[in-house]
Design a protein. Structure first.
Length: 309
């Protein structure tokens, strides 16, 4: 057992020419890139030295222009999609692939032991703010969000977290969901979009990572009995979980590439405000979030790491 000690700001490291901001505790070391949408590029469990996040070793960390196609620039780590998933026209606005945030630079500062990052999403007309704080007594990251609408009319949006984790056969996705369905049959081994009782589908446990066989899976998990989704590494027992308010994120999406997406092997956990992939469809179905002019949405999450057994 490590004795708790005060959280201390780390030095300003540089990765691929991009300045990072570092937070450290006795349990965790976190590095984020405010200039690249606030992406969290590293989350290390310090007692074991385990890196919790997956990253694309073929790509440098870099800022790309708004409107860039996401998949070819899929760096990994932890980013977010807002206000859409795929590029689309919704609510009278043309939105880029995977939303605006991931290509926006954020200003940042420290307030006591919290790292605050803030930016403006020009097409959505939202102010985005995220605060990160490490717990000194256990391996937890406390995450605080605030979205404020600066629009002149009500605006609809889809919002998803996007935590990429390394995938290996036998790893498991754990979520207290009751049902699931494929989101995109082109990225699924399922023949139809018929819902099934999570995690079992036709005798197969869909929560277990299969062999790296060039396939993929993209599921929406619904009927949450608690606001949580996690991943357990089979080889070490390392566990990473996201704990959230299910009133804000009522479902979770899981994208897994077992080699199909450019050879990547990763599982992406995505607590989501919306069960589908299209903001326009969600608006029609009444399943998206809205903010009125001047209205704000505030919520908190926790990223919990449990070390290897």
């Amino acid at each position: 057992m490590i004795d708790p000690e005060p959280i201390r700001p780390g030095p300003m490291p540089i990765l691929d020419g991009v300045p990072l901001v570092e937070l450290t505790s006795p349990w965790l070391r976190l590095q984020a890139a405010p200039a690249v949408g606030g992406r969290v590029v590293s989350l290390v469990h310090r007692p074991s030295g385990c890196q919790c996040l997956w990253r694309n070793a073929a790509l440098p960390l870099r800022r790309v222009p708004p409107g860039t196609a996401y998949d070819a620039e899929f760096y990994g780590g932890l980013d977010e999609q807002i206000p859409c998933d795929s590029a689309e026209v919704a609510d009278g606005t043309e939105y880029p692939d995977h939303g605006e945030l991931w290509t926006q630079p954020l200003e940042h500062w420290r307030a006591d032991d919290e790292l605050v990052m803030r930016g403006y999403l020009p097409r959505l007309s939202f102010i985005y703010e995220r605060g990160l704080r490490l717990d000194a007594r256990e391996p937890l990251v406390h995450v605080r969000y605030r979205l404020v609408s600066a629009a002149l009319r009500p605006r609809a949006f889809l919002w998803k977290l996007h935590m990429a984790l390394p995938a290996a056969p036998g790893d498991r996705v754990v979520c207290p969901a009751t049902t699931a369905f494929p989101l995109d049959l082109a990225w699924s081994g399922c023949a139809t979009a018929t819902p099934f009782a999570w995690p079992w589908r036709e005798g197969v446990d869909m929560g277990v990572v299969p062999d790296a066989d060039g396939t993929a899976e993209f599921l929406c998990l619904q009927g949450l009995t608690a606001g949580a989704i996690g991943w357990v590494q089979a080889g070490t027992g390392l566990q990473v979980a996201v704990e959230f308010d299910p009133k804000v994120f009522p479902c979770c999406q899981v994208f897994a590439s077992y080699g199909k997406l450019l050879g990547h092997h990763t599982v992406v956990l995505e607590p989501s405000t919306t069960p589908g992939l299209s903001l326009a469809d969600a608006m029609a179905a009444g399943t998206c979030r809205w903010l009125r002019p001047g209205e704000s949405l505030e919520t908190t999450l926790r990223w919990r790491v449990t070390g290897p057994a």
